[in-house]
Design a protein around this ligand. Structure first.
Ligand code: ADP
Length: 496
């Protein structure tokens, strides 16, 4: 069974968030699985960004296409390498220097690239060209294309309705995963000519969305199966509150909509083997966490070395509950705890960022850092005692899962994937299962009350605290489980 995983980012080649983690590790896990009695041949298709040029040379270029792009044609190459971690997985890089050889993935210095629509139109067209090329030149017949988020959603339109006469594309099943419905790829109609398709597709039942061209609609409407990254989120987005204007459409396609919980790739996120931390540990050597915490305290100049460490690693985005954090700085500063926030920058929130830093600077026990730092993210997860994730909405969320796996108890708003992963401590009856703390209504009062409870347990009921850590670390969050669920969906599609 041949499957292409198509994504705009994939770790370790490129990453800005959870999509990168999942798209990068998914094909590695998938390729170790069977489809009935046959092998699964999984490949990854991603743009070749600037930082990946060192991985390829002329000998890796396997094809060159002239791609229609409005009135122009653009030369685009395909570079193929074996995945550095696993020979069985091929990586196909879409190489177009002027589009992708840039300093950022979607943005630079916090500003989105103005030609993002065009970049991902070209990317989707190159994916189609490659599928056709491999069929003609290598008799390679693809069974499934698994696309992710708006950047790759047009692939569904090209396969199902634009190039549907092509033999190579016949019977290909398309599965579309929504990692975050808030990002839809809606663009003004002046980009439409770049699609090189008839205007007949600019209707409500296809790409039109309130006068805009919506890439995500192509994925939702034309894919055979649509998934979201947690069961709760798949239900929430069918309601107005979380539907980002698409709730009715999602309700209409609910017969093909599934929620599958994301998992953790053990080779990347495991306290026992994590390459970013010096003092690796598991449940039996959990004392090592203290060493990691101590070295963070030294690095960040905290004076109270005995306080617990509370962390948050996130995009600086309102989605992540930043208003709750900001408005509870006074309470945070009064806890006997140290806080480290690691945020990736967001130019749309420049003023808020300044305010946020100003407030944090007034508290001795709060440090805020703006950077995208993979290594520090791992060290903070390993060194911390508690993890904050009070998101307004959360399609799945990976950091709360990483933190539980690393023995740091999450404090979360019970929504989406947070609700599906963190089992709330609510007294003795929950002691055998609870793996963190959650609150239902999105308010400062609930957030602070939940933190009060967590600190009370940490300082006054050590045995309960330790039991929660045991529960959290013993849980199985493996990506294997996730991928197995997807394999069931692939089967459903292929046996039809
Ligand atoms: P989202 O995809 O909404 O950003 P997730 O929780 O699904 O959120 O995944 C976030 C991923 O990005 C995690 O691997 C997290 O560690 C990483 N990440 C987020 N912000 C940063 C940052 N500032 N530095 C390093 N890694 C980050």
């Amino acid at each position: 069974m041949n499957i292409f995983m198509v994504s705009s980012e994939a770790y370790p080649f490129s990453k800005t968030g959870g999509l990168g983690d999942i798209a990068g590790s998914f094909p590695l896990v998938l390729s170790s699985m069977k489809f009935g009695s046959s092998k699964i041949n999984a490949s990854l298709l991603i743009p070749l960004y600037k930082q990946n040029y060192k991985l390829i040379s002329k000998k890796n270029i396997i094809a060159e296409f002239q791609i229609e792009y409005g009135k122009e044609t653009i030369k685009t190459e395909i570079a193929k390498i074996k995945h550095p971690e696993n020979d069985n997985v091929d990586i196909y890089f879409i190489k177009q220097d002027s589009m992708f050889k840039r300093n950022g993935i979607y943005s630079e210095n916090g500003n989105d690239y103005p030609d993002n629509a065009g970049r991902f139109i070209l990317f989707s067209k190159a994916v189609i060209k490659l599928i056709i090329h491999l069929y003609k030149e290598e008799k390679f017949k693809l069974d499934i294309v698994h696309i992710h988020d708006w950047q790759t959603a047009l692939t569904a339109l090209y396969i199902k309705e634009v190039y549907n006469e092509e033999k190579a594309l016949e019977n290909i099943k398309v599965i579309f995963t929504i990692h975050n419905l808030a990002y839809q790829g809606n663009f003004p109609t002046n980009i439409y000519p770049l699609l090189n398709i008839s205007w007949k597709f600019f209707v409500h039942s296809r790409l039109e969305f309130y006068g805009y061209v919506s890439f995500i609609k192509a994925g939702i409407i034309l894919s055979d199966i649509v998934t979201t990254v947690s069961p709760s989120y798949s239900l929430e987005i069918q309601r107005e509150e979380f539907g980002c204007g698409m709730n009715n459409l999602l309700m209409d396609i609910s017969y093909k909509l599934y929620g599958i919980l994301n998992g953790v790739y053990d080779n990347s996120w495991n306290p026992k083997t994590d390459k970013h931390i010096k003092n690796n540990y598991d449940l039996n050597s959990i004392k090592n966490k203290m060493l990691i915490r101590n070295s963070l305290y030294k690095e960040f100049n905290f004076s109270n070395k005995n306080y617990p460490l509370v962390t948050m690693i996130s995009r600086f985005d309102i989605q992540k509950g930043l208003d709750l954090i900001y408005q509870s700085f006074f309470e945070l500063s009064s806890y006997n705890a140290n806080f480290i926030f690691l945020f990736s920058k967001n130019n749309y929130l420049k003023d808020f960022e300044k305010d946020f830093i100003d407030r944090a600077d007034r508290a001795k026990n709060i440090k805020v850092l703006f950077a995208f730092d993979e290594s520090l993210a791992h060290r903070l997860t390993a060194g911390s005692d508690m993890y904050l994730m009070p998101s307004r909405f959360e399609p799945c969320g990976l950091n709360q899962i990483y933190s539980m796996k690393y023995g740091s108890l999450p404090i979360v708003h019970a929504v989406g994937g947070l609700k599906d992963t963190v089992i709330n401590y609510n007294g003795n009856k929950s002691i055998n299962k609870a793996s963190g703390f959650s609150f239902n209504d999105y308010s400062i009062k609930s957030f602070v009350n939940t933190m009060d409870l967590a600190f009370d347990l940490y300082y006054n009921k050590k045995n309960v605290w330790d039991k929660l850590i045991l529960n959290a670390m013993n849980k199985d969050y493996s990506l294997q489980k996730t991928v197995l669920e997807y394999v069931k969906l692939y089967k459903k599609l292929l046996v039809k």
